[in-house]
Design a protein. Structure first.
Length: 147
């Protein structure tokens, strides 16, 4: 075998590999279309089914999709529903406004339903999870001081 034959073989192998990589990258699957939006009732029904069937990860994903929240908040909410600490209906949008929401937040804090209180606070005031959590905890401390 001559040196020029080996060089030609090496070039052919490298070219074949490059063509293979190019073809593979150009024929990748297109990303799947995002799932169609669910109505709140359908979403809650699907969420309940996922929790009841033990599909916690899928329930957390669906909760995040329905409520537009972070992973930690969704995980805490799904675990609370799974453990029976929070009713499924209590996490649906409240439909309350103004003073009614503040009363509902206070009732949730008094009944130690902090997840619901934080959600209501976020919906009412348009703040992030940390701000709502801090505000609800401050309200809770104030209520404990007042008795």
């Amino acid at each position: 075998m001559s040196l020029s034959f080996l060089v030609l073989m090496l070039i052919a192998v490298v070219m074949g590999a490059l063509i293979g990589f190019w073809l593979r990258s150009s024929h990748r699957e297109q990303p799947a279309e995002p799932p169609s939006p669910l109505s709140p009732a359908e979403g809650q029904r699907n969420l309940a089914e996922l929790i009841e069937s033990g599909q916690t990860i899928n329930a957390i994903k669906l909760y995040r999709q329905l409520h537009g929240c972070g992973l930690k908040e969704a995980k805490d909410a799904v675990e609370a529903m799974r453990d029976g600490r929070v009713r499924m209906e209590s996490l649906e949008p409240s439909g309350l406004s103004g003073p009614e929401v503040n009363d509902a937040i206070e009732r949730a804090v008094r009944s130690n339903n902090l997840i619901q209180a934080i959600k209501l606070y976020r919906d009412q005031h348009g703040v992030g999870l940390k701000e709502a959590k801090d505000a609800v905890e401050a309200m809770r401390a104030d209520l404990l001081r007042r008795g």
